[in-house]
Write a protein that binds this ligand. Sequence first.
Ligand code: ZN
Length: 110
Amino acid sequence: MTTTKCKVGGCTTFPPPVLYEQRLCLEHYLADIHDRTHAFARQLSNQETTKELEAAIVQFVVLTAAKIAVIGTQNPPQDQLLRGKLLNAMLLLADLRERAERNEKQEETR
Ligand SMILES: [Zn+2]
């Protein structure tokens, strides 16, 4: 067990077990996913997709989706708003992966 609070300044929530490593509470973890997903999406639309970027995206999506699945099945939030955010994060990830794969297909036909 950890007694370390979420690393975001001013947050007093303890991270769930699956997020000890990140030291983020669920809410801030989901906010982080949101930010990173948008940063990747921006990179996808701004530059030519490299194998490195695509690999980074796929790895991020797979690892994050696995964590979200653990949270959703073992320790789902009671709060309706947070449940909605959890679902939304899953959809963002699926969308990001689809975009990365679509970019790759475009490259192949070029
Ligand atoms: Zn927090």
